[in-house]
Design a protein around this ligand. Structure first.
Ligand code: DX5
Ligand code: ZN
Length: 213
């Protein structure tokens, strides 16, 4: 059986102690660290930007998986790459030119991810599959941690797999927990993002191990 990649979101971490939280995630078995960047415009919340990612990079060597929930993300790709991002995911709904933005991410030496909100048709993805390393299927409305998982996600994962084929990783983000993780694996997910399920667990290592399946 293929191994699930677990990318815990630091949105649920103690953001004033982020370096130690990153180390705690690494020591608990996290494969990647998911960084939720929000601009108060594309989503109604504000988190952190490039300087914080740059400082996280000093604490851990595991891949930093940067999820940009910002308008016109093309403005900041090279800066996030310079800060130490390994994967950069932009929203289809936020880009001025999706193809050019995905190319720019790769030209900066990062893996290119594209994300879709729950109501966005997956049919738009087909035209970009050649310039994609990862497709992020949002399973909540982006903006906040701790929301309820949307059940439509299983169907969307199966549909996404048919569209992008086997070479593109499928990531799920929002409301992922120990109960839905096995069902997401079965529906074809390669990468699970989890914030509250990891940080609210009494035993972080155990939570990550169980998410891996
Ligand atoms: C939501 C973010 C998610 C969120 C996940 O906009 O993209 O990464 O932090 O948090 P949980 O797992 O608590 O839903
Ligand atoms: Zn995210």
């Amino acid at each position: 059986m293929k191994k699930m990649i677990v990318s815990p979101s630091v949105l649920s971490a103690d953001l004033a102690d982020l370096g130690n939280e990153c180390r705690r995630l690494r020591d608990s078995g996290a494969d990647w660290i998911h960084c939720d960047v929000m601009d108060g415009s594309f989503v109604p919340n504000i988190t952190f930007g490039m300087p914080v990612v740059k400082d996280m990079r000093k604490y851990v060597d595991i891949p930093l998986d940067v999820h940009l929930m910002i308008d016109k993300p093309e403005r900041y790709i090279s800066q996030f790459a310079d800060a130490g991002a390994d994967l950069i995911t932009v929203h289809l709904e936020a880009c001025t030119n999706v193809r050019a933005t995905l190319r720019l991410i790769r030209d900066c030496g990062c893996k290119a991810g594209l994300s879709v909100k729950p109501a966005t048709s997956l049919q738009y993805i087909e035209q970009y599959k050649d310039c994609l390393d990862m497709l992020l299927i949002m399973s909540v409305e982006p903006g906040f941690g701790g929301q309820k998982f949307m059940e439509q996600t299983y169907r969307r994962l199966r549909e996404a797999r048919k569209i992008v084929g086997d070479k593109v990783l499928l990531q799920v983000d929002g409301g992922v927990n120990l109960t839905n993780a096995p069902l997401l694996a079965e529906a074809g997910a390669d990468v699970l993002v989890a914030g509250s399920a990891v940080f609210n667990a009494t035993d972080m290592s155990e939570a990550i191990r169980k998410l891996k399946g």
